[in-house]
Design a protein around this ligand. Structure first.
Ligand SMILES: [Zn+2]
Ligand SMILES: [Zn+2]
Ligand SMILES: [Zn+2]
Length: 317
């Protein structure tokens, strides 16, 4: 009995001290002025995935894992009271709510949306700006020329522009958009299955730090630039990590080409830990062990210096 009481007291003391520790470290964290916040990490189909009754998604239905939203980054500027979102995902309504509730409250729902391409995980969230949902006027949406024409000339997206729910702004390859004195965004063309639009990645630059965002690309060698050199130029690189390795892909790789995490790790094997630390994997397919807690594959990659994006992480700019 005495032992039981001692154990209880010990456990209680530990809980209260760990709580105290958390509060102290949170209080010490300086408030960031400009930063990127991760709003989603899954591939277009999300997690759980349609039609999947296998172990990966079973972990959601049995309550072991929570839903993972589709890939998206928020760009927050507390100094100038502005916020932007990268990608209009099918989870966009809750991702915008996340920005509002946990980052910056303001009258405007969002100061701008940056689109990468016309695959379902990356633009279909625009539907929430329409008459059936938000129905407000003039939300700024930045898109490349073919992407812009695709939206203007195909229903239901065309209605968003004809009744002016959104205002489409044209981006140009390698041409920088100056958001304010502190923040700049530069789109650049990326090789990807361009059925309906071109595909871009983004460079997001702040006063102190710069990030690269390439959620979808065919294979690194199909790009005219060297991913290693591009990563070296920035502080953070959010990179396409759809599949961990070949084992996950049951269909022809030509249908869905992506660099495997294993290939990216191999490509960077002779680079310094400092360079590897910049790589933050994102855009995970439901089958990817990187989505699973306690995954050996993930922890081995982390030991080598690579990182994995998690919803709620903030990266100072
Ligand atoms: Zn995608
Ligand atoms: Zn699954
Ligand atoms: Zn895509």
């Amino acid at each position: 009995m005495k032992l039981k009481l001692l154990f209880f007291l010990f456990a209680f003391t530990c809980i209260s001290c760990s709580q105290k520790k958390e509060t102290t470290s949170a209080a010490k964290t300086p408030k960031l002025n400009q930063y990127i916040t991760v709003l989603g990490t899954a591939q277009d189909g999300g997690f759980p995935h349609i039609g999947c009754q296998k172990e990966c998604c079973e972990n959601f239905y049995n309550g072991t894992y929570k839903k993972q939203k589709v890939v998206s980054l928020g760009l927050v500027d507390l100094q100038n009271k502005q916020k932007w979102i990268f990608e209009a995902t099918p989870d966009m309504s809750t991702q915008l709510a996340d920005l509002e509730q946990h980052h910056l409250k303001k009258e405007t729902i969002i100061d701008g949306v940056f689109l990468t391409h016309a695959h379902i995980g990356h633009y279909t969230g625009l539907m929430y700006f329409g008459r059936e949902a938000l129905g407000k006027q003039g939300t700024k949406v930045y898109a490349m020329p073919t992407m812009k024409t695709f939206l203007e000339t195909n229903g239901p997206w065309s209605q968003l522009t004809t009744i002016k729910n959104i205002e489409l702004l044209t981006l140009q390859n390698d041409s920088t958009i100056v958001l304010n004195k502190q923040l700049k965004v530069t789109p650049f063309l990326i090789p990807h299955r361009d059925e309906f639009s071109e595909t871009v990645g983004y460079k997001i630059s702040g006063s102190n730090k710069t990030a690269l965002f390439i959620p979808d690309i065919d294979k690194w060698h199909t790009w005219k630039k060297s991913i290693i050199e591009e990563v070296k130029k920035v502080d953070y690189a959010f990179l396409d990590a759809t599949f961990f390795n070949q084992k996950e892909v049951k269909r022809a790789m030509t249908e869905v080409p992506h660099p495997f995490i294993e290939e990216t790790i191999d490509l960077f094997k002779n680079e310094t830990t400092e360079t590897k630390n910049k790589v933050i994997f994102i855009h995970f397919n439901h089958t990817n062990p990187a989505l699973q807690k306690n995954s050996i594959e993930k922890s081995n990659a982390e030991k080598l210096g690579f990182k994995f994006a998690l919803e709620g992480q903030n990266y100072e700019l």
